[in-house]
Design a protein around this ligand. Structure first.
Ligand SMILES: [Zn+2]
Length: 517
């Protein structure tokens, strides 16, 4: 197996309000992929950050009556602080407003596109949604309202810089339809191809400094205009590794990486799969290799919005959810219940039910049972028989589940299918629990006490197989639930000559405590 150099990024949310569970979804998905690739021996760079230069930040600060920089600092810090509660392992966190690597890179990207003849000035009038930070064509607005926000876009007329997107329609179509720029799931790829087939219009790549309230990066050589916030934000993927500041990292992690993977929500697909690759083509830089698209979480059927991270009794604040239910339960719900395609409704009751069924009952009981059996029948010493019962009929299904898990996890994650990947891990849990029932170690122990040496050997073999399966489970679970995996490893640690006393690796959660607060 050849090791790859993999650069993974999440989108960078604008920070006009605090983080919600939808952000946690993308961060946790990226974290699983990063941990998975690291365990596979790949070199990994995983990046997230915040979009500080959005006009929405300016409007939010005005509404609160505080300085924009103060609002951005406060909220960006809250995003960075998700790292510990969610057990994230990102390598870099870029803040577009204050990171010294960012502005020189955005300016270089602008100059490179200008040198290609792709930036020109034009008088323009259009319908602009500040929520989306984009212009819409009237045909794209059902009842005249933004499809994302349900708000009425404002009419904007000004002279802006335009990017010659129309020039790249053919190349983008070829790159995406050939899979050289891979978009998963396929339905999202087809959506992008349909959008390109509908004709690409040049887009406004700047706005007047007055309309931007002076916030943002000025257009090089034209201080009356600031660079369009999406251009600025998309640039983060290359400015952080040093596109504008030099050094080896840009070569190492962008131009020289085997995989450049962007995780994005469906609402910003067009920016990542059309605008961004076109800008890179114009600038003569390599494109991302993969764009992995997730759908939305909802509460009560509505998209979780940052302004309302609470709906009824439900909170969608990831830090609060971790505080109530723990990191493992929150990560597990996001990974196990969110489908590859389709929105999913969040409730605390679903989160606790899933955690109790899977982590407390299925997995937690298994580990406790195995540790208890080793203590009861072998004084806590893990038997190391020469033979494993894998070859025997009753242990085969469990051994097979363990053998197949690594490949199935890798396949699932390559398809951006976290449910399939976690299902492969869960087969080990299910088969191990079935195996205990079939092998009946308590009967083997009774026969051994009555003098049956063959039964004693089979008991050794059974316990060894179960301990091996739990170890395998901990390994496979590591990218998904690193904390719980660590507790399973600790429960199976016999380096002191015997296993520690059995303790629950995942205590049951109180059902419904989410609704009480
Ligand atoms: Zn909108």
């Amino acid at each position: 197996m050849t090791n790859e150099r993999v650069y993974l990024s999440t989108t960078i949310p604008y920070v006009n309000a605090r983080a919600h569970l939808g952000h946690a979804l993308e961060l946790v998905q990226a974290d699983v992929l990063a941990r998975h690739h690291r365990l596979a021996g790949d070199q990994v760079r995983s990046q997230t950050g915040t979009d500080d230069n959005s006009l929405k930040n300016v409007l939010a600060a005005e509404a609160e009556g505080i300085a924009v920089a103060a609002l951005v600092d406060r909220n960006a810090s809250a995003f960075a602080a998700l790292r510990d509660p969610l057990s994230l392992s990102f390598d870099d966190f870029i803040r577009t407003g204050s990171d010294p690597r960012h502005r020189p890179g955005v300016e270089r990207l602008w100059r490179a596109c200008a040198a290609s003849g792709d930036l020109y000035r034009k008088q323009y009038e259009g319908l602009y949604c500040v929520g989306c930070e984009q212009f819409y064509r009237p045909a794209e607005l059902p009842d005249g309202l933004c499809p994302e926000h349900g708000t009425r876009p404002e009419r904007v007329a000004e002279e802006n810089w335009f990017f010659r997107l129309s020039r790249y329609a053919g190349q983008l179509h070829d790159l995406i339809s050939s899979g050289r720029l891979r978009i998963e799931p396929a339905a999202r790829r087809n959506e992008v191809l349909g959008f390109i087939a509908g004709g690409l219009e040049d887009f406004s790549a700047s706005r007047s400094t007055a309309r931007a309230r002076g916030w943002g990066i000025p257009v090089p050589g034209d201080p009356d205009q600031v660079i369009y916030v999406w251009w600025d934000a998309l640039g983060n993927y290359i400015t952080a590794p040093g596109y504008g500041t030099g050094g080896e990292d840009y070569e190492r992690w962008w131009t020289g990486a085997d995989r450049r993977i962007h995780l994005v929500g469906k609402g910003v697909l067009r920016f990542h799969a059309v605008y961004w690759p076109a800008i890179l083509l114009s600038a003569g830089e390599p494109l991302p290799t993969d764009i992995l698209v997730h759908d939305y979480l909802t509460i009560g059927g509505s998209k979780i919005s940052k302004s309302g991270a609470v709906a009824g009794n439900e909170t969608a604040d990831p830090v609060e959810l971790v505080h109530r239910y723990g990191t493992d339960a929150v990560r597990w719900w996001l990974l196990r219940e969110v489908p590859r395609v389709g929105d999913v409704d969040f409730t605390a009751a679903r989160l606790t039910a899933r955690a109790n069924d899977d982590l407390a009952n299925g997995l937690g009981n298994l580990v406790s049972r195995v540790v208890t059996l080793v203590h009861r029948y072998r004084q806590g010493k893990v038997p190391r028989p020469d033979e494993r019962p894998a070859a025997a009929a009753d242990g085969r299904a469990l051994a097979t589940a363990c053998e197949r898990a690594p490949g199935r996890v890798a396949e699932g994650l390559a398809d951006f299918d976290f449910r399939a990947a976690t299902a492969a891990v869960w087969d080990i849990v299910d088969e191990a629990n079935r195996y205990v029932e079939r092998a009946e170690p308590w009967l083997l122990a009774r026969a051994e006490r009555a003098g049956d040496l063959a039964a004693g050997r089979r008991l050794d073999e059974s316990l060894a197989l179960l301990v091996d399966a739990c170890s395998e489970l901990a390994s496979r679970l590591t990218p998904f639930l690193p904390n719980l995996a660590g507790r399973i490893r600790a429960a199976l640690d016999d380096s002191a000559g015997q296993l520690p006393a059995a303790e629950p690796v995942f205590p049951r959660l109180e059902a419904g405590i989410g609704a009480a607060v």
